[in-house]
Write a protein that binds this ligand. Structure first.
Ligand SMILES: Nc1nc2c(c(=O)[nH]1)N[C@H]1C(S)=C(S)[C@@H](COP(=O)(O)OP(=O)(O)OC[C@H]3O[C@@H](n4cnc5c(N)ncnc54)[C@H](O)[C@@H]3O)O[C@H]1N2
Ligand code: MOO
Ligand SMILES: [Mg+2]
Length: 401
């Protein structure tokens, strides 16, 4: 049995590099960028008009000119229309490229327009106002996104702006999520009174999709020969096997035995934690990793977030997971010498602190309450009494505000 930090260390020592691939930028959401993205030209690419109104030369105001002859109207996307003299202006729209002969824009709200002439009504005009200067956001060839950044909707927009229709991203591991257990039936079936529907694999598959990982699902019955054959296939075909169930003390918990018979080297079995104590982790001679998670749904869920996701993020080069902390809002006691992962609800107080309020759980087998919870609060094994106001690391599994 290993401590939580040791289990984490062993898993992190098995971080892999799956290489890079090019994908259409629209399909890159959630992937990890493997290249620096550069501005193909200045951003903005021209002096961009920021208000609908007129453009003219500021020197006109200095000469006492307040009324301008409207030479033309220029929409966004039009080639710039130049003015010939300080008495002229162009009616110009937001997003248009400022003509080189003008340097100042006054918005319609500060104008009176009559008989083809525009009069400036305000004295508060400064040179260069209402213009976004060319290259102010980014210069041509400057980086707009860095390698190892996660592709977000904002990044996809920037990629579009610089014409990067393909993005080089980190390749994802091939993952199979395996359920075991003869009590489990397909979700579309009506279970017999002593059976249940499979759920763990769907939770994990859904969580993986956030990272762009499209995992395959497989169910293996509690039969050694079948399990051996199927797991052997999986070890050849996948980079990662995430299993749930079949790893504890039960007569039909065959997973560790079968994995070891298939030359998956056990790197640890059992972690000093609750839930999730029976967690088994190993690696195959040819490289595949087996995360054999305990079958109780809360245990599966916790181990997946606490161990698998940090491994995935490190393998994709997204850097170590940013740590989050929260303040415990109630006293509690936990006697066993195990790291306790407490289900909590997260909120923020007016001081901007993240608060963790324990959620009444019912052990790791009852998981309907996970829908309400936001995170696991990690309470150290060497401590028994935990006091309101103390701060602990938290593992959120829901999108925070
Ligand atoms: N004698 C002992 N018994 C148990 C111990 C122990 O230390 N000594 N540990 C307990 C703990 S803690 C856990 S956690 C479980 C882990 O059991 P397994 O990993 O062997 O999982 P199973 O026995 O196959 O199933 C446990 C439980 O989870 C349900 N399950 C399994 N897979 C799914 C799934 N895909 N979807 C939904 N539910 C699933 C299964 O029906 C069982 O109820 O062992 C304790 N026992
Ligand atoms: O690890 Mo078990 O999850 O305590 O039920
Ligand atoms: Mg069992």
């Amino acid at each position: 049995m290993v401590q939580v930090h040791k289990a984490e260390e062993i898993i992190q020592a098995e971080v892999r590099d799956f290489g890079t691939e090019s994908v259409p930028f629209e399909q890159a959401l959630g992937r990890v960028l493997a290249e620096e993205l550069k501005a193909d030209r200045d951003m903005p690419p021209y002096n961009r008009v920021a208000m609908d109104g007129i453009a003219f030369r500021y020197e006109a105001l200095e000469q006492g000119i307040k009324t301008f002859k409207i030479k033309a109207t220029q929409a966004a996307g039009d080639r710039p229309v130049e003015i010939e003299s300080a008495e002229e202006c162009i009616e110009i729209m937001t997003g248009a490229a400022l003509p080189a002969s003008a340097d100042t824009v006054v918005r319609y709200e500060d104008l009176e327009i009559q008989d083809g002439k525009a009069t400036v009504l305000t004295d508060e005009v400064s040179k260069g106002q209402n213009i976004h200067a060319q290259g102010k956001d980014k210069k041509q060839d400057e980086a707009v996104a860095l390698a190892n950044q996660v592709v977000t909707p904002a990044l996809i927009g920037v990629a579009a702006a610089v014409g990067a229709s393909q993005l080089q991203v980190k390749m994802l591991p091939r993952v199979v999520v395996i359920s075991t257990g003869d009590e489990l039936v397909k979700i579309e079936e009506t279970p017999l009174p002593y059976q249940i529907r499979r759920s763990n694999s769907y939770t994990i598959k859904a969580a993986l999709e956030t990272y762009g990982v499209q995992a395959d699902l497989l169910h293996i019955p509690d039969d050694i020969a079948t399990m051996k054959r199927q797991l052997n296939n999986c070890l050849q075909q996948y980079d990662v096997l995430i299993l749930s169930g079949g790893i504890s003390m039960g007569k039909f918990d065959y997973v560790p035995q079968v994995l070891e018979e298939l030359e998956v080297i056990k790197l640890f079995h059992k972690v000093k934690q609750r839930p999730g104590k029976p967690f088994w982790f190993g690696k195959h001679a040819q490289g595949a990793l087996a995360f054999a998670l305990p079958g109780n749904p809360v245990s599966t869920f916790m181990c997946f977030h606490r161990y698998f996701l940090p491994w995935l993020e490190a393998s994709l080069g997204a850097g170590p997971k940013r740590k989050a902390y929260a303040v415990l809002t109630k006293d509690l006691t936990f006697n066993p010498p195990l790291q306790y992962f407490l289900q909590v609800n997260l909120s923020q107080n007016e001081q901007g602190q993240m608060l963790a309020t324990p959620q009444e759980g019912n052990g790791s087998g009852d998981f309907a309450n996970l829908v309400e919870a936001d995170a696991f609060l990690e309470l150290p094994a060497e401590q028994t009494n935990f006091k309101q106001g103390e701060v602990y690391q938290v593992w959120p599994f829901k999108q925070l505000v």
